[in-house]
Design a protein around this ligand. Structure first.
Ligand SMILES: NC(=O)C1=CN([C@@H]2O[C@H](COP(=O)(O)OP(=O)(O)OC[C@H]3O[C@@H](n4cnc5c(N)ncnc54)[C@H](OP(=O)(O)O)[C@@H]3O)[C@@H](O)[C@H]2O)[C@@H](O)CC1
Ligand SMILES: [K+]
Length: 505
């Protein structure tokens, strides 16, 4: 699903009006009806509901919603925040229509006009929408603050009043902090950025049938991966396939005290469908790996405690294929930053032709030796969390600047970067960014990154295109986390639970 900017959303609105064709006021009615369908599914008709409206089309939506809820006999109160002398045409139209059936619309001009909001009430926030052009001040600011202080449940129409859809807010901006945001047709970029969490709440997209062809043709570099799209990436398996059909992955993982990372990556790799898996671990991990992951072959490193890339001299010809012969290599989980391991990375990179997966300490080694970034095979997948990404680049002032850095980095080094977090962002060498829709805070626990490395290495080894591997792998990883959270709650989730909950269907 595409994420469009405000100007495009405005044009989409116009394009729908022209091509359907539909009168603007009827489009607003459709949006309001769809909102009300969503609302009545969640809140019973006895819910006292205060609807706060601005003077633009977001306010117009609020007035139409008020009329439709009144028809369904909800106990509503309507407040119009009169912050300016002018109203939009569709606001005025809906204001007239509401007044025909409801004669007690309140107007907020001064602070003492703001009503007391109680805990059993629901507030519908339709003060400002995507037409926000400046920070709230005066009576708008006071009303927003009063709503935020109130113990009621708050539902924002389209977007929280005061939140910019696709540009940074100032640190002192006053913004509604809703429990829910119910938006129309497409998500807004602001919804997937970490700093905005409290200004978005639990958000839902309603289909109001805006012009599909406009959306299909609209240029954008932002996407939101939904289940249907992720499933389309999943390849069907041929009945006559064999383990050779699904590649042979190699994981370079683990060090003394961190063999667990190797185990997690290996188990996740196997659970994601790879044909064969070889794991190279320092010798201290050999017995553990062979015992815990019998499905994997083990290639013990020449070193006892850290990876050096060198196989033991006493096993000539027994160490399996050369490093370059594997279908895909994943490197990083638990490897530490020993000088010998850096040497391994330096020796390895120039020899590789196929994309690899780079995570954890391999990323930290890269950030301490940035000249190595140029040696990454094109389309390799890097999976930093924000701190690791900062080490690879620099500090950012806000989430939007972070996205710019992410895009520049992926384009400059021709790599795929998975920036992990809520709505993990997959940046492609072409400059696109795909935000993931699955996952939950339970995944912020040790080892889940190792699991992701195993998944991505597995998909690359099976021949998935690196961008598709990243988008699909991140989605499947988050979905597995969601399954675990559903069964046992997000607290106490472990990386092993996530591996067990992986399902490819
Ligand atoms: N797009 C779609 O497909 C559909 C959209 N729909 C709905 O339309 C909404 C967008 O409507 P909208 O463009 O009228 O914007 P909205 O935010 O209501 O008001 C803008 C007005 O407020 C003013 N203003 C700005 N900032 C301010 C501030 N801080 N404090 C005070 N005033 C401020 C601004 O002033 P100006 O910038 O012109 O000076 C202008 O007068 C959208 O969110 C959705 O709910 C649906 O109905 C149907 C489908
Ligand atoms: K709003």
């Amino acid at each position: 699903m595409k994420i469009l900017n405000v100007d495009q959303i405005r044009s989409l609105d116009q394009s729908t009006i022209q091509h359907e064709p539909i009168a603007p006021i009827n489009l607003m009615e459709r949006a309001a009806l769809t909102f009300v369908d969503w609302f009545v599914d969640r809140f019973t008709p006895t819910t006292p509901t205060k609807i706060f409206c601005g003077l633009g089309d977001n306010g117009g939506d609020g007035l139409a919603i008020a009329r439709l809820l009144l028809e369904r006999e909800y106990p509503i109160e309507v407040y119009v925040v009169r912050y300016a002398p002018r109203e939009s045409d569709d606001f005025m139209h809906n204001h007239r229509r509401l007044k025909l059936v409801f004669d007690s619309v309140h107007y907020i001009e001064l602070t003492h006009d703001i009503p007391t909001i109680r805990h059993n009430e629901v507030v519908i926030d339709a003060i400002l929408g995507s037409g926000l052009s400046r920070p709230s001040e005066g009576i708008v600011e006071d009303t927003v603050k009063a709503i935020n202080r109130a113990p009621a449940t708050v539902v924002s129409v389209d977007i929280a009043s005061g939140l910019y859809p696709n540009q940074p807010n100032g640190s002192t901006d006053v913004i509604i902090e809703p429990d829910y945001t119910v938006t129309f047709q497409l998500p807004k970029l602001a919804f997937v950025l970490p700093k905005n969490g409290r200004y978005v709440g639990d958000w839902h997209i309603l289909d109001i049938q805006l012009h599909k062809r406009y959306i299909d043709l609209a240029p954008t570099s932002y996407y939101f991966t939904q289940p249907r799209e992720a499933r389309l990436l999943l390849r069907k398996r041929d009945r006559f396939s064999n383990k050779g059909s699904f590649g042979h992955a190699l994981l370079l993982v683990g060090s003394y005290g961190k063999i667990g990372a190797a185990i997690l990556a290996a188990r996740a790799c196997l659970r994601s469908g790879v044909g064969l898996l070889t794991v190279q671990v320092p010798q201290c991990g050999y017995t553990i790996l062979q015992t815990v992951v019998p499905e994997a072959m083990c290639r013990p490193d020449g070193n006892q405690n850290v990876l050096t890339g060198i196989a033991p001299a006493d096993q000539p010809g027994k160490q399996g294929p050369a490093l370059t012969d594997y279908s895909a290599i994943g490197i990083g989980p638990g490897i530490g930053k020993a000088p010998e391991t850096l040497v391994m990375l330096k020796n390895l990179l120039p020899t590789l032709k196929k994309p690899i997966v780079v995570d954890a300490d391999a990323l930290n080694l890269l950030s301490e030796n940035r000249e190595l970034l140029n040696q990454l095979p094109p389309n390799s997948i890097l999976t930093p969390h924000p701190k690791e990404f900062e080490r690879l680049t620099k500090k950012w002032a806000n989430d939007y600047q972070k996205l710019d850095l992410l895009r520049e980095f992926a384009q400059k080094y021709r790599v795929v970067v998975v920036l992990k977090g809520a709505y993990s962002a997959v940046a492609t060498p072409d400059g696109d960014i795909h935000f993931n829709s699955t996952g939950n805070p339970g995944l912020s626990t040790g080892g889940t990154g190792d699991v992701l490395t195993g998944i991505l290495t597995s998909l690359l080894a099976q021949g998935y295109d690196p961008v598709e591997a990243a988008v699909l792998g991140v989605f499947a990883h988050g979905l597995a986390g969601d399954r675990v959270a559903e069964q046992r709650g997000p607290i106490g989730m472990t990386a092993s639970d996530v591996i067990d909950a992986l399902r490819w269907e």
